[in-house]
Design a protein around this ligand. Sequence first.
Ligand code: SF4
Ligand code: SF4
Length: 260
Amino acid sequence: MATLNNKAVVPTKFELHSKIKFRCHKDIACFTRCCRNIDILLTPYDVVRMKQRLELSSKEVLTRYTRYEVDEKTTHPLLFLRMNDDEERNCPFVKPKEGCTIYSDRPAACRYYPVGQATHRRLDDDDKTPIHDEWYVVVKEEHCQGFEEEKVWTIAEWREDQEAALYDDMNREWKNIMMKQDIPKDKIDEKRQQMFYMASYDMDGFRRFVFESRFLEVAEIDPDSLEKMKGDDVELMKFGFDYLKYLFGISKTIRVKRAC
Ligand code: SF4
Ligand code: SF4
């Protein structure tokens, strides 16, 4: 997910079988031009991959490389990759000749670019069953010369080439939580926003919450799952999604021993 440059979005709905003519490579004149002055929305799995790649604590990654804001409409806290504070607003991970220095762990939005994902939530004809319509958009920014190249891909081939499927699998549950627009706005108060932020992005903080607070006195979690979560950020992240669903009243994903 990235905040797309709406002016550059091609006004066509792209499906997995739709084709684009595009190629990006190190010898292209615009190489790394897209790694500056852009708002890249980070998902929980993006942050886990960055944390592992950089061998830093959650706090260090979040402080050094991200900025967050609360979405006015949904009141969700959103996390963005923090661009350098210079005139060009370069990404902190880009180097002129080398390109992306975290390439194999780059965020999902960077993998998809110049393709963007779009999802629209609507109700079925019965006005009760939510349906998620998913499609793709293509962003043709003036500086991007990749569209002058001859290589043709389907969106499905591009997605595979960029190894985006794993990221989509990891982030799907979280995106579903983000899209639950039936959460009344006033339910996401400041305390819940903090919990949302922690369970989504701050795995070290969330681990402390699970193991070092009174949480386990109240919640019933099976010992195998707990053992996995202790040392594995991805397992903990997945549990975080269950926790958020419970917290927001989306589903009873956690068994409570007794009311706290
Ligand atoms: S993370 Fe990598 S690919 Fe994404 S904007 Fe930064 S340098 Fe570019
Ligand atoms: S601007 Fe386009 S072609 Fe150039 S490096 Fe970025 S994605 Fe590749």
